[in-house]
Design a protein around this ligand. Structure first.
Ligand SMILES: *Cc1c(COP(=O)(O)O)cnc(C)c1O
Length: 435
């Protein structure tokens, strides 16, 4: 500081003078005055510290203004993990994005425009869900998969009643988040049956008694147990006289030919399971949501439970969910179904467009996000030197890659084909930044 002269400090422009710069007008409109002022104050600070010339303050502000009011940035997912939790799981379809945009203002989410009276909240989304899963007598939507479980556990087993659950299904779903803790937080008690690797129908039958509130089957969605194992399908537990809840996790509403081991709602319901819970933003490819599907009376009971109000979804979710269910194939489903030869030819084109040192390679993608554990999806991509990964993340249009075997891999299965051009531009910029 001592080296900065008083004259230099006096030449630092006043806040109002900088804010009056015509170049800041668009930012004042999109970001708001307070946010722009923060940037001005920071630039003035740098000028006073002698880091920039006093005359450069306005230029510095123009260069460092954030482009949008929210700090979350779009990112290209080249990890090959289709549902990447840290990248927001399922990317929404264009139809779902449009629906969110349309619902963002005032909307008829809970109003019947024909009568002017109150309408059922999210009627369109619920009707779409019911139409997609005709085996469900009732449907309801809450904030996420965890909320769906909390609602079921609270309504069926709070107050010290028991949830009978296999020991091998006491799972942690990620980020230190454990299902048993979640369930016990409702006041229910867990009655564990079987061993880590094996459980039989008799184990459940022996545990069910007057204190039982429900039997819970949890799909181990992020690990596989192999070897000497056995588990009981939820449909074999429906004769024990208590409600059976199947948490299928990933949100497949019907069987998927590429994921034969992944449970789906229709099959569970057809097997007589009274309640299925699932996430909306995994293999369904929609917004974050928790789906409750099943017996009409049971779902009605859950929907009317006081806790349901605290778990309800907002209008944006309802809009995106309906568009996902009724609209064109969501991106996750397209990525899952992508043909490996088509991925290979895209990889060749992307590598050629980038030039040295990019090389097209074969690789393996995965579903991720708590779905289809252990399933490898044949894929193709582009290999770069490992050090590129950081430069790609730091770019103006960030790309998240996978680093494996000492190289940076851009897996194209998780990149929509329409974004290949954007990927090439981002990679070229990252390579130039490193040079
Ligand atoms: C993902 C998952 C959950 C949690 O769902 P969220 O939507 O993340 O709250 C619960 N159970 C299983 C089996 C899951 O795979």
């Amino acid at each position: 500081m001592g080296r900065v002269s008083d004259d230099h400090r006096r030449r630092v422009p006043r806040t109002d003078t900088v804010l009056a710069d015509a170049r800041l007008e668009p930012a004042l409109a999109t970001l708001g005055r307070a946010r722009v002022k923060e940037v001005v104050v920071a630039a003035q600070g740098r000028a006073r510290a002698g880091e920039i010339a006093p005359e450069a303050v306005a230029d510095e502000v123009v260069a460092s203004l954030p482009r949008t009011a929210a700090s979350m940035r779009p990112v290209l997912n080249a990890t090959g993990v289709l549902l990447h939790t840290n990248l927001g799981r399922a990317p929404l379809s264009a139809a779902a994005r449009d629906a969110i945009d349309a619902a963002a203002g005032t909307t008829d989410v809970e109003l019947d425009l024909a009568t002017g009276g109150r309408g059922r909240r999210g009627a369109g989304a619920l009707a779409a869900l019911a139409a997609t899963v005709p085996d469900a007598g009732g449907v309801h939507v809450v904030n996420n998969g965890a909320a769906a479980l909390i609602l079921a556990a609270t309504a069926l087993a709070a107050g010290g009643r028991e949830i009978v659950i296999a020991r091998g299904e006491m799972v942690e779903i990620g980020d230190g988040f454990r299902l048993p803790d979640l369930l016990e937080s409702t006041g229910a008690r867990l009655r564990e049956v079987g061993t880590t690797n094996r459980v039989r129908v008799d184990d459940y039958a022996d545990a069910v008694g007057p204190r039982t509130g429900m039997i819970l089957k949890v799909h181990p969605s992020n690990f596989v147990v192999t070897g000497f194992t056995s588990s009981v399908p939820a449909s074999e537990l429906t004769g024990l006289g208590v409600p059976v809840v199947a948490d299928i996790g990933s949100g497949l509403l019907a069987p998927h030919p590429l994921l034969p081991d992944e449970p789906d709602a229709a099959t569970e319901l057809r097997g007589g399971v009274p309640l299925v819970t699932a996430s909306g933003d995994k293999l369904l490819g929609g917004p974050q949501a928790g789906l409750l599907l099943g017996d009409a009376d049971l779902v009605h009971r859950l929907r009317r439970h006081p806790l349901a109000r605290a778990l309800r979804v907002d209008k944006l979710t309802l809009a995106a969910l309906e568009a996902t269910l009724r609209g064109p194939e969501p991106p996750v489903r397209a990525m899952l179904a992508a043909d490996v030869d088509a991925l290979r030819s895209r990889a060749g084109e992307v590598a050629a467009a980038i030039g040295e040192p990019a090389a097209a390679i074969d690789c393996a993608a995965q579903v991720g996000g708590g779905g289809a554990p252990g399933v490898e999806l044949p894929s193709a991509g582009v290999a770069l030197p490992a050090a590129c990964a950081a430069a790609l993340r730091a770019g103006a249009d960030p790309v998240v890659a996978r680093v494996e075997q000492g190289r940076c891999v851009l897996d194209l299965r998780s990149v929509p084909a329409s974004e290949d051009g954007r990927l090439v531009v981002a990679v070229r910029a990252a390579l130039a930044a490193r040079a």
